[in-house]
Design a protein around this ligand. Structure first.
Ligand SMILES: C[S@@+](CC[C@H](N)C(=O)[O-])C[C@H]1O[C@@H](n2cnc3c(N)ncnc32)[C@H](O)[C@@H]1O
Length: 209
């Protein structure tokens, strides 16, 4: 999907009432005072606002998103709650416009399945984490490979199912990026979504080096 197309599609979703999340990443992440946190696919900014409160004035939270509509909502949300220690960056997950080793914590909720190049996203997560930094990600995986006819269908990808990779592929991306040990914090039973069978999980890992 081209950036322009992603932007239009998700900006429309920004105005909808629908819940865009698929797990409880933020509930497990436990950001503490002074930490620098990043939310990948920050959407309307709810998790950014919540983390900004937890890290306090000595910490900072970056929300990363490509959709102007989502970013507009997120910035308004942060303003409404008087958040001064957060900022939103418009960029692709595959090319995160943040320096190396900047983050203590990276979270993401139901977003990585939307990315076209998932290996690059995981490489980027590894790059922006400090040594000893952690990620907590809620996402969806496919029980069996999604058929090619849907995999590249932008509507089906935006519906949070067609972009999902299998659990094995998911773990392979993590390992290749440098995350050796991955903890499964929650995992659903498989369920039907669109034309696929998927499951959602929340996973965590640490950048050791
Ligand atoms: C399903 S929403 C989840 C939003 C939020 N995390 C939540 O739980 O409410 C996915 C978000 O990822 C963003 N997104 C999708 N693909 C992206 C990409 N390649 N780069 C950056 N952001 C992307 C969309 O704009 C959207 O805000």
């Amino acid at each position: 999907m081209e950036i322009k197309e992603i932007n239009t599609r998700y900006s429309k979703l920004a105005d909808s009432e629908c819940c865009l999340s698929c797990g409880g990443a933020i509930n497990y992440a436990r950001p503490v005072a002074g930490e620098v946190c990043v939310d990948l696919g920050s959407g309307r900014g709810n998790d950014v606002v919540r983390m900004a409160g937890l890290v306090g004035e000595t910490g900072f939270v970056y929300g990363i998103d490509i959709s102007d509509g989502m970013l507009e909502k997120a910035r308004a949300n942060a303003k409404k709650f008087g958040v001064a220690n957060a900022g939103f960056v418009r960029c692709e997950l595959e090319k995160i416009e943040l320096p190396d080793r900047v983050a203590d914590l990276v979270i993401s909720n139901c977003t990585l399945n939307h990315a076209a190049d998932k290996q690059s996203v995981w490489n980027e997560i590894y790059r922006i984490l400090k040594k000893g930094g952690r990620f907590v990600v809620s996402d969806i995986y496919a029980v069996a490979p999604v058929a090619d006819e849907y995999r590249n269908d932008p509507v089906a990808v935006a519906e949070c199912w067609a972009g999902a990779v299998t659990r094995d592929e998911y773990m392979h991306h993590l390992e290749k990026a440098g995350f050796g040990l991955v903890e499964i914090l929650e995992e659903s039973a498989p369920y039907a979504k669109g034309h696929a069978e998927v499951a959602s999980f929340t996973i965590a890992g640490i950048k050791k080096q």
